[in-house]
Design a protein around this ligand. Structure first.
Ligand code: NAP
Ligand code: MG
Length: 515
């Protein structure tokens, strides 16, 4: 096995030469507006009658593309295609499968700038956010390829004098990958390529807000030469075809990332054994967050303020790991509020194609309305001290918004808003701060800024989240470095980007031979 995994280095598009490459790629994506993309089942390209329209959230008159929309009948075909191709794919060695992944990684690298430009336009990401995401997608492929190779090595068992024992990991069969729109390439790649690296086949149902980048992923899968039917591309509405896929008796696993409501629904539905089903489905369900950053008086306050602003407003707060609660201890409260507001006031909001922009639009009309609804609620629950409105343009731009003096039980301190809204909460002391931080149904990420060793040690034990950071932002987990997943109602904590991940899509088999 190769042990040379290294995280992909991001591109610095602030350099003139790189910036020109990006500008060219943006132009090319614009020239391809309104292209029609097919769904792909067993290698067949199907341009069905209905399409999902992908709109640029920075300018809703621009249609990034139309992607063919799958029906229940197509879903059935896709599952059958996955079942057929599993007979071949499931019996390849890990090393053989890994070679397809390395091929896919090189296609990603060749098309990298195009992928960055596509997400800037389809998802409203700034270039550093979009490029970081492409790097993460490549990391998932490279990391899981090495994991597939590692599977071939097996694991040691105790050997008896006259008996040989081995443990092997067998893939499950055909399953479903259901990613969200907010990491429309990296999570999609992880939840699809992880199970595939383990020897399974997949029906991929991408998020409806970002189908064009998903269609490009499928183009790259084909360019890399994956056998037909190993990955079947089935865009379509979650509410129309989601249940059919999840409840289907031939489906063996569901790899889902998205909201708490949909995640819990899938978890419940996948647990029922239906007629014709002779197995229990495995589920990897990663859901939302209400992530907090705690700052105490020993912290580097400048670093802490920068960390809060970056974590709260990066990608417009539309990250599961975004900081939506800043919990500040009384003695530094006022000074920190001032610093946070000052740094926020420097953020430039606009179309990410203007390459100096710090914050783009939120994803779509319903996201925008939901966020503005929470801002209205917040006006009764705390003091609005910055932002609080939508900018009047042809896109979904919401100002970074800060409320202070928010009660720990307030709606805006409890519910995932998934937008650029930060609630600042006052804590009496560090113990109080930890109690406030843990006082939600979620447990995804969190961060503590402190130089007090006792506080940090206490947080290690008591801060109830899957990914805890000290003296740094609570976003930006890297594959292999920060395996990712949450506690409580943030999910099954399957830790993507870790040695554990592929095992969720495998079943161990022990074989003992007596001599
Ligand atoms: P979402 O509305 O739950 O949708 C996620 C996916 O589920 C989409 O592909 C959606 O399809 C599909 N879906 C909807 N209803 C379904 C059903 N009944 N059966 C099967 N699939 C169904 O979430 P989102 O708005 O895309 O993403 C944002 C959420 O993801 C936030 O809560 C965020 O915190 C969470 N998230 C978590 C992590 C993590 O690692 N824990 C990472 C990123 C994001 P349609 O698009 O067609 O509706
Ligand atoms: Mg859109």
């Amino acid at each position: 096995m190769r042990d040379d995994f290294k995280n992909e280095v991001t591109i610095d598009f602030s350099k003139a030469e790189k910036r020109h490459e990006l500008e060219k790629a943006i132009k090319e994506v614009e020239d391809s507006f309104e292209t029609k993309y097919p769904l792909v089942i067993a290698g067949d390209h199907i341009l069905s009658g209905e399409y999902i329209k992908s709109v640029n959230p920075s300018n809703i008159d621009e249609v990034v593309g139309y992607v063919a929309k799958g029906s229940i009948e197509m879903a059935e075909r896709a599952i059958q295609a996955g079942e057929m191709s599993f007979k071949y794919w499931g019996n390849l060695s890990g090393c053989e499968r890994a070679r397809y992944l390395y091929a896919l990684s090189s296609v990603f690298k060749r098309r990298r700038v195009e992928l960055v430009a596509t997400m800037m336009i389809e998802a409203g990401k700034t270039w550093p956010e979009a490029d970081g995401e492409v790097a993460e997608a490549i990391d998932f492929i490279e990391y899981y390829a090495r994991e597939a190779e590692r599977l071939d090595e097996g694991e040691d068992l105790v050997r008896l004098p006259d008996e040989d024992n081995e443990i092997i990991y067998r893939p499950l069969g055909v399953g479903v990958s259901i990613p969200p729109w907010n990491f429309s390439l990296s999570i999609l790649t992880g939840t699809t390529i992880g199970p595939v690296a383990a020897g399974n086949t997949v029906v991929l149902k991408p998020a409806s807000a970002t189908p064009v980048i998903a269609a490009k992923f499928m183009e790259m899968v084909e360019e890399a030469g994956f056998p037909d039917g190993v990955i079947n591309f089935l865009p379509g509405s979650g509410s129309e075809i989601g249940d059919y896929l999840v409840t289907h008796p031939k489906i063996h696993f569901v790899a889902f990332t998205g909201s708490k409501e949909v995640g819990i629904h899938i978890y419940e539905e996948a647990a029922k054994v239906r007629p014709g089903q002779a197995h229990l489905k495995k589920t990897v369900i990663e859901m939302g967050g209400k992530d907090a950053i705690i700052v105490d008086s020993t912290a580097d306050l400048d670093l802490a303020a920068r960390g809060i602003v970056e974590s709260a407003f990066g990608f417009q707060g539309q990250k599961c790991s975004a900081c939506s609660r800043a919990i500040l201890i009384d003695d530094i409260y006022d000074e920190m509020v001032e610093r946070i507001v000052y740094l926020t006031s420097k953020l430039e909001v606009g179309d990410p194609r203007g390459l100096t922009v710090d914050m783009g639009p939120v994803i779509d009309d319903s996201g925008c309305k939901k966020i503005l609804g929470y801002i209205e609620i917040g006006k009764d629950e705390g003091e609005l001290i910055y932002g609080g409105y939508k900018i009047d343009t042809n896109g979904y731009f919401i100002m970074p918004t800060i409320f202070k003096d928010v009660d720990l039980e307030a709606k805006i301190a409890q519910e995932e808003i998934f937008g650029p809204v930060l609630s600042i909460i006052r804590a009496g002391d560090f113990k109080d701060a930890l109690n406030i931080a843990n006082n939600t149904a979620y447990g995804l990420t969190g961060s503590v800024y402190s130089r007090n060793r006792d506080h940090l040690e206490r947080a290690r034990r008591e801060f109830d989240v899957g990914n805890l950071y000290f003296n740094r932002v609570c976003t930006g987990a890297m594959v292999g470095v920060h395996p990712f997943g949450g506690f409580k109602l943030s999910g099954t904590d399957a830790k993507s980007g870790s040695h554990d991940y592929l095992k969720y899509f495998l079943q161990p088999k022990v074989i003992s031979e007596k001599f």
